[in-house]
Design a protein around this ligand. Structure first.
Ligand code: PHE
Length: 336
């Protein structure tokens, strides 16, 4: 046997390999049960001289080693080739996956719309903390010491000094302490009340507060600002109406109604046949509130109002259950 010829054949055979099947075929051609190298080992026992046997054995071993090396080398080559082919196999003409876009939550959307209407009227935005002092939330706003709203049943108390704010009105106090008049502010935020949850009550909801303080601010200014606001948010054809009401921090106080967005004032189930929907509370800032922030009540007057964002959103979009806002059902949320 000419070992050099065998080596040349091995070289040539492995060079021709292009896939895994053929690679294994070539391997067994040499190392299989009846393979060339196996056959050579078998013939080794016919050699008489021990010395010659050892010499030839060494040569056959080196051939076996060569086959194994060639095999491994080619196998690696084929693996790399397969990987790069897989990359090239991506079909760029196939349609892509549909990525579902999120959208703004209806409460955020409504809040931003409310803010934007007042910003266009020249108001600026102020914010306050959700954990508020009992003082700013109640006392500075002229709540009497024994007011029922301060009850443990209505307010989340953190300790004897701090509470979760029950409305955005404490931002009036913070802002008036921070700046001097003239002020034209809106204050959006999250508020908390210990209410039983139902279609129109939630323990967590949102308000937008607004107030204006200057010399000669009048009730008619409040009416003009709120009338423009309701026309902007609900429609130009709807009238507003002011009814006498009471809040500790305003005097006089009013509840503001807008003509029913559903029946335009004719009377329907949404407005309980009255033709009107209550949308916010308002009034002229109480003298005692000015005293609490050291504003001269002889010099300054002001108005304030506060509205529930959930209520505005429900009326605007015709939603009859507030809980829908918090359940995070995509089928509901994606409609806005
Ligand atoms: N803070 C009042 C509420 O939560 C609303 C309000 C704000 C009323 C400002 C008058 C003036 O009901």
């Amino acid at each position: 046997m000419d070992f050099e010829v065998i080596k040349q054949n091995i070289e040539k055979d492995f060079n021709d390999v292009n896939d895994f099947n053929y690679l294994n075929l070539i391997k067994s051609k040499y190392l299989g049960k009846n393979g060339i190298v196996t056959e050579l080992f078998r013939k080794l026992k016919d050699i008489q001289s021990e010395e010659e046997k050892r010499e030839v054995g060494k040569k056959i071993n080196s051939i076996k080693q060569m086959v194994e090396e060639k095999y491994e080398q080619k196998e690696q080559e084929l693996i790399l080739k397969k990987k790069s082919l897989e990359l090239k196999d991506i079909d760029l003409t196939l349609p892509g996956y549909n990525i579902i876009k999120g959208n703004i939550h209806p409460i955020t959307k409504t809040m931003e719309e409310i803010n934007s209407i007042f910003l266009r009227m020249g108001f600026s935005i102020e914010e306050g903390p959700e954990i508020e002092t009992e003082y700013n939330n109640f006392k500075a706003l002229n709540f009497p010491e024994d007011h029922p709203a301060m009850d443990m049943h209505d307010t989340f108390y953190i300790d004897d000094k701090y509470i979760l704010r029950t409305h955005t009105s404490p931002i009036q106090i913070r802002t008036m302490l921070k700046y001097k008049p003239p002020l034209k502010i809106i204050a959006p935020g999250r508020v908390f009340r210990r209410d039983a949850i139902d279609a129109s009550h939630s323990t967590v909801f949102h308000q937008v507060e607004g107030f204006m303080v200057d010399e000669n601010v009048r009730f008619s200014d409040l009416k003009g600002v709120l009338d423009l606001f309701t026309k902007e948010i609900f429609g130009k054809d709807l009238k507003t109406r002011f009814r006498p009401s009471f809040f500790p921090f305003t005097e006089p106080s009013a509840e503001v109604d807008v003509q029913c967005v559903n029946c335009k004032g004719k009377g329907c189930s949404v407005c309980k046949q009255t033709g009107w929907l209550e949308i916010l509370g308002a009034g002229m800032i109480h003298v005692n509130v000015f005293k609490a922030v050291n504003y001269d009540p002889e010099k300054y007057t002001g108005f304030a109002f506060g509205m529930g964002v959930e209520r505005i959103a429900m009326l605007k979009y015709g939603i009859d259950d507030m809980r829908l806002f918090y359940e995070n059902d995509i089928r509901f949320l994606k409609q806005f």
